[in-house]
Design a protein around this ligand. Sequence first.
Ligand SMILES: [Cu+2]
Length: 151
Amino acid sequence: MALSKQVQIAVVLFSLVAAASALDLPIDWKIPTSGKPYDTTYLQTGDSVTFNWRGFHGVYKITSDRCPATFSDSGPDDLAPSASGGSYTWHATAPGTYYLACQVGDHCKEGMLIEIVVGSGPALAPSAMAPMVPAEAPAASGDSEGSEGEN
Ligand SMILES: [Cu+2]
């Protein structure tokens, strides 16, 4: 909701600026009221996202957008062990598609799941970034060639 909007806006702004500096995107990590996973987030190598939560949550790396039946209690994928309140910063160190979820109870199935697509770096031309922008991204209006008005 407010969060998804925020993320989308951040993504759009990021692509508009075609960005020079590393981004650290804050994520309000909680069970979405929509019951749907978070919007896919697009980053470049060197960027990061910071999960912030107040309830009992954690951050766990999974291998696809399907929530596993169970999460093991430890190991390298248990990025931020579940805790009451916390913050965890995930760094985009290499291009690829990553899935991070909350390992508490059914939170993953309830929507605490985010797909993060990492591109190879800010050197990408805007045209090369285009396929990474969600089709439903709101900012497409008035986007004619050569009129990159927003700086
Ligand atoms: Cu959770």
